[in-house]
Design a protein around this ligand. Structure first.
Ligand SMILES: [Zn+2]
Length: 259
């Protein structure tokens, strides 16, 4: 499959989840879609612009030095069958994303940016793209470091990115999986009900279920939480200090890290 086709996968997942949550919403939205979705897309556009800038400032020189010396990185040092390299890279990159997410909650400067994602007073597929460009900049540098350290081949990085974004669209979706399916999927993948707990206003629930795709690292590191203390249907969402319509505004969301 070509790179462009792989990049389409998260977009298809986004549209699909948006259609399902329109037809059968899991929870009633408090602030509706129009302004929240506009804000999410404004944040996405500014994040894309930041990534484009960073690519020219950092990624291009890094890629050039990479081309000169392509023997750096773990996977270039050990001879593995192709399937093992893909599996190992997916698991370790997923751990890198889990650790990044944990850090954005624990390091005050990073939390200033990540709380823009959590400030959404509702949760649906648009929340999956609601990240401040400052957080995206940190994420790109963090991920580039891991890719170099591990020596992950470009096709694997592209496939992982598509897989991660498609999973984020799925587990932020305002959709209800039948409980039996949720139970079957949860040992492996983060489900919407599992990620919902992470968007709780309660701090200890916010600081659990950091996974964006695999549930493995939360289970291994003791940060897995099955359900909110208030239950799935009554659990309040967002930041306890911002329960009004303020975070649905684009400008407020962009300025939030500075306040
Ligand atoms: Zn978070």
């Amino acid at each position: 499959m070509g790179t462009k086709l792989v990049a389409l996968i998260p977009a298809i997942a986004f549209v699909l989840i948006a259609l399902i949550e329109t037809m059968r919403p899991r929870r009633a939205l408090r602030f509706g879609r129009l302004r929240r979705w506009t804000t999410s897309f404004v944040l996405l556009a500014s994040s894309r612009f930041t990534v484009w800038l960073l690519a020219w400032i950092i990624a291009v020189p890094v890629a050039a030095s990479w081309a000169e010396n392509n023997s750096i990185g773990l996977f270039n040092q050990i001879a593995l069958p192709l399937w093992a390299e893909w599996l190992g890279a997916f698991l370790l990159l997923d751990f890198a994303m889990w650790l990044q997410h944990l850090l954005t909650h624990k390091v005050p400067l990073l939390w200033r940016f990540h709380k823009v994602h959590h400030a959404d007073p509702d949760i649906d597929v648009s929340t999956a793209i609601r990240f401040h460009p400052g957080e995206i900049a940190f994420s790109v540098i963090w991920k580039a470091g891991w890719v170099l350290l591990l020596g992950v081949a470009a096709p694997i990085v592209i496939a992982f990115e598509a897989w991660l974004a498609a999973n984020a669209a799925f587990n932020h979706g305002n959709i209800e999986l039948p409980r039996s399916i949720d139970r079957l999927v949860r040992p492996f993948l983060v489900t919407p009900d599992m990620h919902l707990v992470h968007h709780s206003t309660a701090l200890k629930e916010q600081q659990s279920n950091y996974g964006f795709a695999l549930t493995l690292w939360d289970r291994l590191c003791g940060t897995y939480r099955n359900e909110s203390e208030k239950g799935r249907d009554l659990q309040p969402i967002g930041l306890s200090e911002m329960q009004d319509e303020q975070p649905t505004r684009a400008l407020t969301s962009l300025e939030l890290p500075l306040t």
